[in-house]
Write a protein that binds this ligand. Structure first.
Ligand SMILES: [Zn+2]
Length: 252
């Protein structure tokens, strides 16, 4: 078994904020889920996923409570005061110490948030549908911390080198901004591929734009492409049947 590798955000937040993203390394799942798949809904053996979950939670303090979501590409946000069974939502925020916010992804972007004073954390699952539906704005609004006091980190997602979309996705994004200047800015995140009606979409650019518009000035991350790094990341676009990484954040 390879050694577990957790990517930690390189951002400017207080030391009590603990966050990470799992990679494919260090688990017991077999092909095509090798090896550290943390999702039960993708066809992997339940026993192996449970073993992987145990490997993950054993690595962190035992008193932590891991709050899972049942993600649906919505803009629903769960404000967690105590840990419970998986909640149907695509965003989560909490001020509760030791409550771990978790999001599963394989191409969609996990966007992590922390208050500069260390008193609040949040996490959003941002694919194109969720972004169009307003998942980032709704997660930020659900926090008690003003946007200006939040720090954001953009976790591993499919890069503009590989995220090909149809014209309907571009149209959906452009429809959510009213003012012509914003439309012009958003246009830049869609590059025509040469094939009719196909574009390469820059999710990081769009997320950065939306975070900035929401009042967040401190934005980090955005350096990975899940499709480009098969050793490290699951990618739904690349492999279709595959596992999921977990992104997590808590106040320690
Ligand atoms: Zn790529």
């Amino acid at each position: 078994m390879s050694e577990m590798k957790i990517i930690t955000p390189n951002w400017d937040v207080p030391a009590e904020i603990i966050a990470g993203v799992s990679t494919r390394a260090g688990g017991v799942s077999q092909h095509p889920y090798e090896s550290f798949n943390l999702a039960h809904h993708v066809g992997d053996s339940a026993a192996r996923v449970n073993s992987n979950l145990r490997l993950l939670t054993d690595r962190y303090p035992q008193q932590l409570q891991w709050q899972w979501l049942q993600q649906t590409h919505s803009s629903d946000v769960h404000r967690a005061d105590s840990c419970c069974a998986p909640v149907i939502a695509d965003g989560i925020c909490t001020r509760k110490r030791g409550l771990v916010c978790c999001v599963l992804t394989a191409d969609c972007m996990p966007v992590l948030f922390a208050a500069r004073d260390g008193g609040e954390v949040a996490l959003a699952h941002a694919g194109w549908r969720g972004l169009v539906a307003g998942i980032l704005e709704r997660t930020i609004n659900r926090c008690n911390t003003p946007a200006q006091e939040l720090v954001a980190w953009m976790g591993p997602a499919i890069g503009s080198c590989h995220f090909e979309i149809g014209a309907e996705v571009k149209t959906a994004f452009l429809a959510i901004v009213e003012n012509p200047e914003d439309k012009e800015v958003l246009q830049k995140y869609f590059k025509a591929t040469g094939e009719a009606g196909k574009y390469l979409c820059d999710l990081y650019g769009i997320v950065r734009f939306k975070l900035t518009q929401s009042g967040i000035a401190r934005i980090y991350g955005g350096q990975y492409c899940t499709f480009c790094e098969p050793e490290l990341f699951y990618s739904y676009r690349r492999d279709d049947v595959t596992g999921r990484m977990v992104s997590f954040i808590y106040i320690g």
